[in-house]
Design a protein around this ligand. Structure first.
Ligand code: C2E
Ligand code: CA
Ligand code: CA
Length: 660
């Protein structure tokens, strides 16, 4: 090889090596961002020789640094290149990276050529094994201190790629062109490219695909999330004189939506989500709990995720290229107007729709549909992206809630008192229709502040002030006022209520009840009779007994056994409507829920409950298995005067049933 070395030395002497430059282009925009310097040998006899032939000779001759220096000097002599702002990538042999003189050589070259080192990328191939990694590390570190970037070239071809990737501080990863070449045809190559790009991204490296020759490859690389492309599609290596033409060249324009079909699943290069994230999005796309698809202007499925395929009841492949009308004929008449509107440019979100019932299923399915017009770079609408969410479960839950609400409302109507609810502004949003029978005013008119019309003029201000005061301070309302009866008489009423707060302590509503004052007195008397009888047994019985007074809607008595079993959940004088209705399932000493508060149920709805099992954790932490029973107490005349609740430990539950 002596002659080789001599030849190389002579060629260096005679300036027979010259650089050519190949464009590096941002895949998303087609913009030129840099050039790679590739060496050529203008041999006096053989003509131009390719680097694959002479680089090994240069390496063996130990003249690599001199070649690099020559090439850089020649490159920096190109004013357009230096002035361009382009990144210049330079190839180095692995051996050079172990040469402690290299960083200063490059620094000196860059300085002489007035080329900022931070626009230099050093490419090293991983094929040659670095024997002295520690030294290479040091050189790499110093190059980076200069501001240079480091790229790992031909990634994927060597056998120690990952080791190098980990050992040296790389900024960029170049996917070897052998993978790119076969990626549009071979699934394996595509997977390797996807994995390499993903690896690069997860390590925070810029990814560059080599050997991009076709638009199809570029599209796929873009879809996979690759940053830059290099290859004949963007330009072959060319002498420095060509750099101005490269710079002025119109950026490679991309059709912004080019469906490329890969083995049955279609992908898109649309700019809907940022293109770089499309690869990761594909995973989300398929895993999303939402059906997603892209429709073209002819309402054909260009892409969709698996979830949507499942929702529509046919495989992904049965959708692609088909129209919406063909795939979901029954649903189509309902959704077509929405799609058309989106195609006309109107984003449509959150339209709830009941799916036509499948013949064999009784469950109604409700979906939430959104359509988004998709535009290309020129702003023209190229299709519609669609998201569909199955909200059947939620709908059913809402329906159940509505039913329980109407049940509750019904309970309120049965109440001898007039329960009412104010919103956070003090407007009546709900009241028992008993208001109608007391005042003759229809419910419609009573809502909001209509009820005030029925008040005696002298009582209006004090009543409204009581509400305002409660809204301001959170205190309970207790106010007396007169209302006009249908007969034109004034009747004294007493209205009491308590605010309910949200988690943040803000008042969300006020619950209360209006009662006729004279009637209350009468009922109170009647209750006294019952009371006398009850009180005697109250203290003695082994079961928990709680007595409530309907007229006051308060707890009248709690016997010792009830206190032992339920702690302070109930206490005499406690206002039933004030009760906190919700509570965690078995928190110590929690209040009972609306459902469990049998006294409230009895008084509000006249409802008797025979046995309600309840796991209750008392304040001291012991968990008691209880059974509750509750029933309204009626006076002789059929009037509801109170309610009784029995509390038993579950072991003795059978007794309770017998007693009730
Ligand atoms: P490389 O660093 O992987 O450079 C890319 C090679 O791919 C170049 O070959 C380039 O011409 C070729 N190429 C670019 N686009 C396409 C394409 O679309 N399709 C195909 N089939 N090929 C494409 P080139 O110029 O022959 O260089 C070959 C290798 O020689 C380079 O591979 C690099 O490793 C090495 N090399 C070039 N210049 C230098 C140098 O100054 N120093 C060192 N140490 N090595 C160099
Ligand atoms: Ca290279
Ligand atoms: Ca390469």
């Amino acid at each position: 090889m002596r002659s080789d070395a001599a030849n190389i030395a002579r060629a260096l002497e005679n300036d027979e090596f010259f650089p050519v430059f190949q464009p590096l282009v941002e895949l998303k925009t087609g913009q030129l961002t840099g050039v790679e310097l590739l060496a050529r040998w203008q041999h006096p006899v053989s003509g131009v020789i390719a680097p694959d032939v002479f680089i090994p000779q240069v390496e063996i001759s130990g003249l690599s640094n001199r070649l690099t220096q020559k090439l850089l000097e020649s490159a920096f002599a190109s004013v357009p290149l230096v002035a361009s702002g382009l990144v210049l990538s330079v190839n180095l042999s692995a051996l050079q990276l172990q040469d402690a003189d290299l960083p200063s050589l490059i620094a000196a070259c860059a300085e002489r050529g007035a080329f900022p080192p931070d626009r230099l990328t050093i490419e090293v191939t991983e094929s040659a094994l670095l024997d002295d990694l520690a030294r290479a590390k040091d050189v790499a570190r110093r190059l980076k201190d200069l501001g240079c970037s480091l790229a790992l070239d031909d990634f994927g071809t060597g056998y120690s790629s990952l080791r190098h990737l980990q050992a040296l501080p790389f900024d960029k990863l170049k996917v070897d062109r052998s993978f790119v070449r076969s990626m549009t045809a071979a699934r394996e190559s595509r997977k390797i490219v996807a994995a390499v790009v993903g690896l690069g991204q997860s390590l925070g490296l810029m990814t560059i695909a080599e050997g991009v020759e076709t638009q199809a490859q570029a599209n796929m690389l873009l879809w996979l999330g690759c940053d830059l492309g290099q290859g004949w599609l963007y330009g072959k290596p060319a002498p420095a004189g060509e750099i101005p033409r490269m710079l002025s060249g119109v950026p490679q324009t991309f059709a912004s939506f080019l469906p490329a079909h890969i083995e049955g699943s279609s992908v898109m290069t649309a700019d809907l989500p940022p293109a770089q994230r499309l690869a990761q999005l594909q995973a989300i796309y398929d895993g999303a709990p939402v059906g997603l698809c892209f429709l073209d202007r002819n309402l054909r499925y260009l892409s969709l995720n698996r979830r949507l395929a499942v929702m529509n009841g046919s495989p992904v492949t049965a959708h692609l290229g088909k129209t919406v009308g063909e795939v979901i004929p029954r649903m189509f008449p309902m959704v077509e107007p929405l799609i058309r509107r989106a195609l006309a440019g109107e984003p449509i979100s959150g339209v709830e729709m009941q799916k036509p019932m499948p013949d064999d299923s009784g469950q109604a399915e409700t979906v939430l549909l959104s359509y988004q017009p998709a535009r290309d770079e020129a702003g023209e609408i190229v299709g519609v992206s669609m998201a569909v969410m199955d909200v059947s479960e939620r709908k059913r839950a809402e329906q159940a809630l509505r039913e329980s609400e109407s049940h509750y409302r019904h309970m309120m109507q049965l109440n001898p008192h007039v329960p009412w609810v104010l919103d956070a502004q003090g407007a009546v949003i709900e009241a028992s229709s008993r208001w109608e029978s007391v005042t003759g005013q229809t419910m419609d008119r009573a809502l909001g502040d209509g009820w005030v019309q029925m008040l005696h003029p002298d009582d209006v201000e004090s009543t409204l002030e009581a509400i305002r005061h409660s809204l301001r301070t959170g205190h309970a309302i207790d106010v007396n006022y007169r209302v006009r009866t249908p007969e034109g008489q004034w009747k004294w009423m007493r209205s009491r209520g308590s605010p309910r707060f949200d988690g943040a302590g803000k008042i969300v509503s006020i619950y209360g009840v209006v009662e006729e004052v004279h009637e209350q007195r009468q009922i109170g008397n009647e209750l006294k009779t019952c009371q006398a009888e009850l009180e005697a047994v109250l203290e003695l019985v082994p079961m928990g007994l709680i007595v409530a007074n309907a007229a006051e809607a308060t707890i009248h008595a709690v016997n010792p056994a009830a206190k032992r079993l339920l702690g302070d959940a109930f206490f005499p004088g406690q206002y039933l409507l004030e009760h906190n209705w919700e509570g965690p399932s078995d928190a110590p000493g929690r209040p009972l829920t609306r459902h469990e508060n049998l006294l409230a149920r009895a008084i509000l709805g006249g409802e008797a409950v025979e046995s309600l099992p309840l796991d209750y954790r008392s304040a001291d932490g012991t968990l008691a298995q209880l059974v509750l029973a509750g029933k309204p107490v009626f006076a002789e005349g059929g009037q509801l005067v109170g309610a009784l609740m029995i509390v038993l430990e579950r072991a003795s539950a059978k007794e309770a049933v017998a007693i009730i």
